[in-house]
Every structure is written in C-alpha cells, then in structure tokens.
Design a protein around this ligand. Structure first.
Ligand SMILES: *Cc1c(COP(=O)(O)O)cnc(C)c1O
Length: 364
C-alpha cells in the first residue's frame, strides 16, 4: 500500500528535519567486521568503565526475586541513598533512564516548536538531538581555542530569548571543566542552566551545591560512566524546587526499571571498590596522555574525564580510526567544522591502553 500524503501530514512537521543521533556500534558488529572474536575487541569508544560494574551489583541482580513487580515509580530507596552521596535533599532529586532521559524531560518542560536552546560546541550530541526532536532550535556558540566557554558570546546568545543552555562539565569530547565562576555568570541570565556532570567522579569538580540557591540551575549526573552501569540506563538530576512538581507530572511512571534501581543502590554501597577503579582510570589517563604526546602526529588535550581528545596532524584521522578498527581497537572519530581530524580515546585497562599505544606507533 502506498503511503498517502494525507497520512504523512498527520505527523508533526518538525520531525522530518531531525538529524538522527550518531550512536556507537555494538562491539559484536565491530568484531564481525574486524573478523575477530568479540572478547578480542578493545572498546575505547563509549567512555564506559572498562572494569565493569561493582561485583555487589552482579550478586544483587542475581538474587533479586521481584522482577515481576513494577518498580518504585518514585525511586524512594535510591533517592535516599543519593541524598547521602550528593549531600542534596532527596526531594530535589529525580531519577531517569540514563541522564539522556532527563535531558529529554527538561525539553518536555521548557522547549517546544521555535524555542531556542544554547549549546557551547563542540559538545555532547544529545543536546541538539533532543532539542530538535521537540521542535526546538539549537543555537551553537563555539568554545574558545582551548575549548573554554566563550562567556560574552554565550550571554549574547542567551539574550536572544533562549529557554535553556547546556554546559557539560567535564565536557564531552574535550575533557575540560567549566569553572564555578563561569557557571555563576550564566546563572545571572534569565535562562535555565543545565550543568551536565556525567564525568563528575573523574574530575571531582561540581556545581551541585549551587542548586539550592538558584531557581534556574539543574545538575545532571549518571551511573553510566564511573559506576559501569551504561547498559542498565540510570542517571539522576538535582532540580530547583519549583521545577520538581512539574517534572514529576510529566515523568513516565516506570521510567527506571527495577534492575537499574537496584544496581544504582548497590553501587552506592560499594563506593570503596568503585573509587579504586576510578583511581586506576585517572592514573592511566595521565600515563596515556604522556605516551600519546610522544607520537608525532598526535596532539592530546588534557582531560578531567575518562577519555582523551586528540588532534591529528599530517595524517588522516579517519585512516587511523579505520586502521585501529581493523585491529579490533575502537575509538571515536570526529570530522566536524570545529573538530577537524580528531579522535577521542576512552581510557581502558592498562593492558588495553598498552595495546592501543603499540598500534598507534605502528600506524603513525
Ligand atoms: C555519556 C554522557 C551522558 C549520557 O549519560 P546516560 O546516563 O548514559 O544517558 C550525558 N552527558 C554527557 C556529557 C555524556 O558524555
């Protein structure tokens, strides 16, 4: 049956112009392409925790006996534990199916067709994706030459009547943090400021304490990166009091499944173990940065997250990306106007990072 234009006209007009999100290929597909078994794949393209989740999580998920019962829609137990972890009241805490869902819920509250969202580029691809899927318009403000926020240009962009600004800190893919002073300047403008701290545990820097004093600040965090729960989808946000009541009315009731809630709770009871993996990743980050610096065609940027952005000169970054891929080593490759010829490498285990460096020396 031929689809009639009458049916197509029922669809919201803005949907036709949404650019799809560039998601990462699952390792099984890359393994097949490289003709390697999947356990030989070195996955350094998703900023995941190479050590996986806490052993306590695995055990609790195995022993849990209520998978047939709907999960707690208000995530009471998890929000109580988060209050201990963040020091911020559980009343201001909302849990989502990954922080991606919270980004989308923020759009649901603030952004409709024609509304503007300010984005300090280069940054995380979810902000334009989510904005466009709600019919909003993204206003990109380029960061400065060291990837810091251009405060004056950003404030001018906000003054065009923007609804929301997103600041990832540490920023993905550049690895640098935004200063609290810069965030405070943005908080003085009439816009919702969303500080995305997906990599907080690797930087130790946060704006979370400012939420109680500012009616326009939201801080987002996730269990995907530091706690190794990317596959279970669980993130949280700290919201100003006045937003909470609206947010809970639009939040899908069972958005966070029982396994995800349990895994997050267990992660928070195994902080010593997780701190160990974070410490290893941070020390490998420094070691890898020094190693990459010694390879001629690479300019690695310092990072406060669990990945390193590298500019490539004298060689095509795409060729390096493909040569690594054929060896079963996966990294992210960028070729955009602001990131021409770059790759981003997530920090792996020491032996994975060694394999990466050996391969890079061979290729470059
Ligand atoms: C990975 C990432 C997220 C997504 O986190 P989920 O909780 O897995 O949805 C959010 N923000 C930034 C900047 C990220 O890099």
């Amino acid at each position: 049956m031929k689809l009639s234009d009458d049916l197509r006209s029922l669809m919201k007009p803005h949907v036709a112009s949404v650019k799809p999100y560039r998601y990462i290929t699952p390792p099984e597909a890359s393994a097949e392409e490289a003709h390697l078994p999947v356990d030989r794949i070195i996955k350094l393209d998703g900023n995941e925790n190479p050590y996986g989740c806490s052993p306590k999580v695995r055990k609790a998920l195995e022993e849990y006996s209520s998978y047939h019962i709907y999960p707690d829609s208000e995530q009471r137990q998890l929000r109580e534990r988060l209050q201990e972890y963040t020091g911020i009241s559980s009343e201001l805490t909302v849990v989502g199916s990954g922080s991606d869902e919270l980004i989308d819920l923020i759009m649901r509250l603030f952004v409709g067709p024609g509304d503007t969202v300010v984005n300090c580029v280069p940054t995380f691809g979810m902000y334009p994706f989510s904005t466009q899927s709600w019919g909003g318009r993204i206003l990109n403000v380029p960061r400065n030459e060291t990837f810091g926020i251009d405060l004056d240009a950003t404030k001018r962009a906000i003054c065009t009547g923007a609804k929301v600004i997103f600041i990832a800190s540490p920023n993905n893919p550049t690895g640098n943090t935004a200063s609290v002073a810069d965030i405070c300047e943005l908080l003085d403008t009439p816009v919702m400021v969303v500080v995305d701290e997906a990599y907080y545990e690797f930087s130790g820097k946060t704006a979370i304490h400012l939420v109680q004093e500012h009616d326009n600040l939201v801080v987002l965090r996730t269990f995907s990166k530091w706690a190794g729960l990317a596959g279970l989808r669980v993130g949280y946000g700290i919201f100003p009091h006045w937003v909470i009541s609206y947010l809970t009315t639009v939040k899908p009731p069972y958005n966070v499944n029982a396994a995800a809630q349990l895994a997050a709770i267990e992660s928070l009871s195994d902080l010593a173990y997780l701190a160990g993996t974070i410490t290893s990743i941070i020390s490998e980050r420094q070691r890898l940065l020094e190693e990459i610096k010694t390879i001629d065609c690479f300019k690695p940027w310092p990072s406060e997250a669990n990945f390193i952005l590298c500019g490539v000169s004298g060689q095509d970054a795409r060729d390096i990306y493909l040569a690594l891929k054929s060896r079963g080593i996966l990294v992210r490759y960028f070729d955009t106007p602001l990131l021409r010829n770059y790759i981003r490498i997530s920090i792996g285990k020491p032996e994975q990072n060694k394999a990466l460096v050996a391969a890079l020396r061979e290729i470059c």
